[in-house]
Design a protein around this ligand. Structure first.
Ligand SMILES: [Zn+2]
Length: 497
């Protein structure tokens, strides 16, 4: 991490220690000049006319004020226009960028003045959530994955003081957000871990080690167990690798749960494409092909930490998809644990194959809902870009609630069509279903494939995270490392179920 962060709830009285920073927001109105002068007066500091005029200029929205005469040593002032360009991710993105820019500064503490809620009413459902996005942004920007660097320097300590009229509220938000972000970090650490260390069995071990601390039971179905259960889909995909496949099954059971929900996550710890091998340019991101698995493991950890009143089953089929003497082949027919057969047309469409066994297993547990996360198709990224995940479901209520949770957390999902016409495109002459359809509509035919293996009486949603799970340049907290997209989304959904 860039810093060892310590969040502190403070009241609105500003006091500064040595080497401190201050962050203050102003809303761009005709009172701006007056407010700016008052603010500097209140700190007993003087802003020069030059600095003032530059900040008031339409083209500028930032002022970095270096204070030579005492504390705070540095003040970051940001001018906000609440217009159609503004969105509810602003503070997350801003603070993720700010914290990175501080890594070469010798600061002990940063003081953040919480802006007043009123102008932001349409963007945040409460002041508490606005403050939460500030803290999330700092955590997200603070994330690094440098365990394999030999010259990494020790993280410096940094106190982050959140100033607000009500300290008790802020303390509660800090507590909860620290839990949320420890789970996001857990997901990101798994996703960013290279495949040489994170094999399917290692993923299972790390899941067990972390989750048992939170009272979650974790079972690992090894190769023999998979054979016993006729999970031939997982076995087939895993067969080309020297690292054996497994399935991870976790259960969090609170007292008197309101609902029981199965979360299923694709856990391909490395996807070379198998015999239908990928071009080399696309291979280096393929360590993240277990992102769906990481998301559901992190989600169950977080649900337990937050003591949500919902029973969760997290299911992760984990394989490495490699070419080899024992690889499954285009032309193969696999009879899955459900009894339904799959014609393999392309071994790079492996995620849906392993999910066939996992979704069938999930259905047998008779949950109230099933939600799966998978970096399933490049087609979904072609359709939506990297900033949104594809959502597939025939259940409008589930779609609506997941959409809402996505808009709030900014882990956004966009619903794509799910008509049965697409089902016809993956018919097979020799098996019940083919694992690949024609080129067009590939994200939807993949989702339609999965539908074959879900009990139709159970409401189910499939979320294709192939775009937003991988690092991308659209904001300050997704650009350097794979993202763990989905943890905040699903928890928000589960909290409001
Ligand atoms: Zn693949």
């Amino acid at each position: 991490m860039l810093f060892n962060l310590k969040f502190i709830a403070e009241n609105d009285l500003l006091k500064f220690e040595k080497n401190s920073a201050l962050v203050k927001f102003f809303i761009d109105t005709n009172k701006l000049e007056r407010q700016l002068i008052n603010f500097f007066d209140s700190l007993n500091l003087k802003i020069s006319d030059f600095q003032k005029q530059s900040f008031l200029d339409k083209k500028n929205d930032e002022l970095v004020y270096h204070n030579s005469s005492g504390e705070p040593s540095i003040i970051f002032i940001k001018k906000l226009k609440i217009d159609k360009e503004f969105n509810c991710d602003f503070f997350r993105n801003f603070f993720a960028g700010l914290i990175k820019s501080l890594s070469n500064k010798n600061l002990n503490s940063i003081n953040i003045v919480t802006p007043i809620y009123e102008p932001f009413r349409n963007y945040f459902d409460s002041i508490a959530y606005l403050i939460q996005t500030i803290i999330e942004g700092i955590f997200l920007g603070n994330y690094t994955f440098d365990k394999y660097k030999s010259d990494k320097s020790n993280s410096k300590n940094l106190s982050v003081k959140i100033h607000y009229t009500d300290k008790i509220i802020v303390k509660k938000i800090i507590d909860e957000t620290e839990k949320i972000m420890s789970s996001v970090y857990f997901a990101r650490d798994l996703v960013n871990e290279p495949p040489i260390t994170l094999t399917p069995i290692e993923l299972a071990k790390r899941a067990k080690e972390e989750l048992k601390k939170h009272g979650i039971t974790v079972r690992i179905f090894d190769k023999n167990e998979l054979k016993k259960r006729k999970m031939n889909a997982i076995l087939a995909v895993g067969n080309g690798s020297n690292n054996p496949p497994c399935m991870i099954v976790c259960n969090y059971k609170p007292n008197k749960p309101k609902k029981k929900i199965a979360l299923v996550g694709k856990g391909v710890t490395y996807d070379s494409g198998g015999l239908s091998i990928k071009p080399s340019s696309g291979m280096s991101d393929m360590k993240a092909d277990m992102s769906g698995g990481a998301v559901v493991l992190a989600a169950i950890k977080l649900a337990a930490m937050l003591k949500l009143p919902i029973e969760l089953i997290a299911i992760v089929p984990a394989v490495e998809n490699m070419p080899g003497g024992n690889s499954y082949k285009p032309g193969d027919v696999i009879v899955t644990s459900s009894g339904k057969s799959i014609e393999v047309k392309d071994t790079d469409a492996e995620g849906r194959i392993i999910l066939a066994d996992a979704l069938y297993y999930a259905s047998l547990q008779k949950p109230d809902q099933i939600i799966d996360f998978a970096t399933l198709t490049g087609s979904c990224v072609v359709a939506l870009g990297e900033i949104a995940a594809g959502l597939f479901t025939s259940n409008d209520d589930l779609a609506e609630k997941l959409y809402k949770a996505g808009m709030k957390t900014f882990e956004r999902v966009w619903r794509l069509p799910f008509w049965n016409d697409y089902k016809l495109m993956i018919k097979s002459e020799i098996a019940d279903v083919a694992n690949l359809g024609p080129r067009w509509g590939g994200a939807i035919t993949a989702a339609k494939f999965l539908e074959h293996f879900v009990d139709e009486k159970i409401p189910w949603a499939h979320i294709d995270i192939a775009g937003p799970a991988i690092k991308h340049k659209s904001n300050n907290y997704t650009e350097r490392y794979d993202t763990g997209f989905g943890v905040r989304l699903i928890i928000e959904y589960l909290k409001n179920i």
